[in-house]
Design a protein around this ligand. Structure first.
Ligand SMILES: [Zn+2]
Ligand SMILES: [Zn+2]
Length: 250
């Protein structure tokens, strides 16, 4: 407590702002960061060759981020970039020697290079996602990399301020980190004492959600159906978000 207040334009203030919304503040922040990134790409940078090269090299964005372009109605940017991606695929097919395998999603070196740079930043023992996963062909998604950088930065701010009353109060109001971001914080942070403090707060919040879920379930019983549903009414939705993160974050 009593740490000097950081200056404005600091992730801490973004974090405090995100704490005004319910649910994991890291999810709230990174959804915004990725959305701004995609908007900048499709409305401003689509004619910037390095931007397009990165998207073609990763064979497009991952499933979630690709469909975000659809939600944004980014027809022109999507048509330009994804035509490049499809031309890249046709080129890969054309240069393949007959009888050999075709591996479209193989930029593992590139992907691991980026990941190891990111993880060394937070002192993680091993980059996640080693080994090819059929479930995640777009592992090199540039928007996911933007998200990951942002997650690590904001989680650093959570850990830095977790023992300050102002932040704690705001953080408690959100219900805490989703377990995806909790795991990321607890497994990558250098400051183990800060992780201890975060986990202690998080356990309180998890216990409180657990109690609300139990109350919700109790009222599903026909004997108690006449009782009014209180603030526990949406606890099951908060449990979904707590486990998986906010919709679209992964
Ligand atoms: Zn989250
Ligand atoms: Zn992605």
């Amino acid at each position: 407590m009593g740490a000097p207040r950081p200056s404005r334009h600091n992730p801490y203030f973004d974090l405090l702002d995100a704490c005004k919304q319910r649910g994991c503040p890291i999810c709230t922040l990174v959804l915004g960061v990725v959305r701004h990134y995609l908007e900048a790409i499709v409305y401003e940078c689509v004619n910037d060759p390095p931007t397009r090269i990165a998207v073609v090299a990763s064979h497009g964005y991952c499933n979630d981020h690709t469909w975000q372009l659809h939600e944004m109605r980014a027809s022109l940017g999507a048509a330009i970039m994804y035509r490049d991606v499809l031309r890249g695929v046709m080129n890969s097919i054309a240069v393949r020697s007959a009888g050999s395998r075709l591996s479209l999603f193989a930029p593992r070196k590139y992907y691991l290079g980026v990941l190891s740079r990111l993880t060394s930043f937070v002192n993680s023992a091993e980059p996640p996602g080693i080994g090819r996963s059929l479930a995640d062909p777009h592992a090199a998604c540039p928007a996911c990399q933007v998200r990951e950088r942002s997650e690590l930065g904001y989680l650093g701010a959570v850990l830095e301020h977790i023992d300050e009353m102002e932040f704690l109060e705001a953080f408690r109001g959100t219900g805490g980190l989703c377990i995806v971001h909790l795991d990321q914080a607890a497994s990558t942070a250098r400051d183990i004492a800060a992780v201890d403090r975060l986990l202690a707060v998080q356990v309180e919040l998890l216990q409180s959600l657990d109690a609300e879920l139990s109350e919700f379930l109790r009222k599903q019983d026909y004997r108690f159906r006449a009782e009014d549903i209180g603030h526990e009414g949406d606890s099951w939705i908060r449990a979904l978000a707590m486990v998986a993160g906010k919709r679209g974050v992964r």
